[in-house]
Design a protein around this ligand. Sequence first.
Ligand SMILES: [Zn+2]
Length: 247
Amino acid sequence: MNAAPADQIRLLDLQAIDSRLDQLAHRRRTLPEHAEIDKAGADHTALKDLVVAAQAQLGDTTREQVKAEQDVEQVRSRAARNQQRMDSGSVTSPRDLENLQHETTSLAKRQGDLEDVVLEVMERLESAETRVTELTARLEHASVVLKEAEGRRDAAFTEIDADVAKVQRDREVVAAAVPADLLKLYVRLREQQGGVGAARLYQRRCEGCRVEFAVSDLNAIKAEPADAVLRCDNCGRILVRTAESGV
Ligand SMILES: [Zn+2]
């Protein structure tokens, strides 16, 4: 393949532009914010689950409290009814009176037990409320941390994407000036060779693979016409001669 030396030099410009685009894409992929967002997102999800569980616990305990208070109320009104009957003097049989008295005593004991239950449930209710409050605050904080990291990532994206757009415009201009067959070869080699399709011959080295050419190779290169498109024997990349090639 042949191409004018100026077109071959243009290929090096194109290579520099493509490498710059690769760097920008790499930077976009490897922003530290990605890991931060993953972690903050996981924290947020875990806290959300904890808040849901704590709210369910609070709901259960609230229902338990209502039930416990109803139990106390039931016993209390029953005792009040008994007391009324005794006070009214309508119960005259000593045996009935004794039964009533007996029941009143056991109701008082039962009321005391149930009031203990109410106190115990109220304590649990308080800690369930505290837990919901604490976890909700932590969830809000996690949400802020997540949004903040996403904001920084998006700002970095905007900046990188603006650079990419600008470099891509430059690329279009340079690529349009490279002969089609040379461009095609370059694109293919770039794909095969880890992003570098064209390398400068600089001070007797291929800048693609860093191999230094032997004198015999350099003599062979020297013998090639200026418009011959050379390939590095070692890496296969397009080898572009410049004034500093040492040949
Ligand atoms: Zn090479």
